[in-house]
Write a protein that binds this ligand. Sequence first.
Ligand code: URA
Length: 241
Amino acid sequence: MAKPITLEKILFSQGFGTRRYCSDLVFAELVKVNGVLAEYPEEKISPESLVLSVDGKDWEFHEKAYIAFNKPSGYECSHKTSHHPSIYGLLPQPLVERGIQCVGRLDYDTTGLILMSDDGQFIHKMTTPKKNIGKIYQITSAEVITTKQIDHLLGGVVLDDDPAPCFAKACEKLDDRVLAMTIVEGRYHQVKRMMAAVGNHVAALHRTTIGQYVMPTDLAEGEWRWLYPDDITQLSKSIDS
Ligand code: URA
């Protein structure tokens, strides 16, 4: 049973602003706790299965935030962007406020699955190259994909900034110009550069899977959802220990 915590601290931990601001939200009668209007910021409540409502919007309590996001094209994965809007602008402010970060970035024109969290250890575990986590990209290519190109990708290609070759762990040709490719590293523009190195060109790139976590089919572009302990367990199974 989780220890009761004051409502003010809970709101602060979820990214609703400074402790003072959170306290004012309660006094302004803008906070409900499991459907009941809260009166006192100092009231101690159990965070277990807690649903808050803040200014009319429901908010599940999560001690740490883990989310899956379906990135649309045309957004950069950084806070300080150079040419395009930031994906952080597509997320609710409390998630941004509590410091949620991408678990590996996608290019501005790549779409699909991004995991995000405010748990530094989780981000480190998921991104460290030693852990060999497979990521599946669906590539739509400019030219027809040949068996020779697939063999080359599987056999390893050398990119211009590193003499060590990088390999596709698996390739599945889904159509003449559509390839599902699994890679375990995360080098800069890796998929695009690998495809260029074998004489083809990426026309569109979409990430479908990270480790054993597959993008939910009902998660629309630009939408996000919480990950729950079962999802985290599934992701942990993807990690080489
Ligand atoms: N490889 C790329 O080239 N771009 C991405 O966004 C991800 C992997």
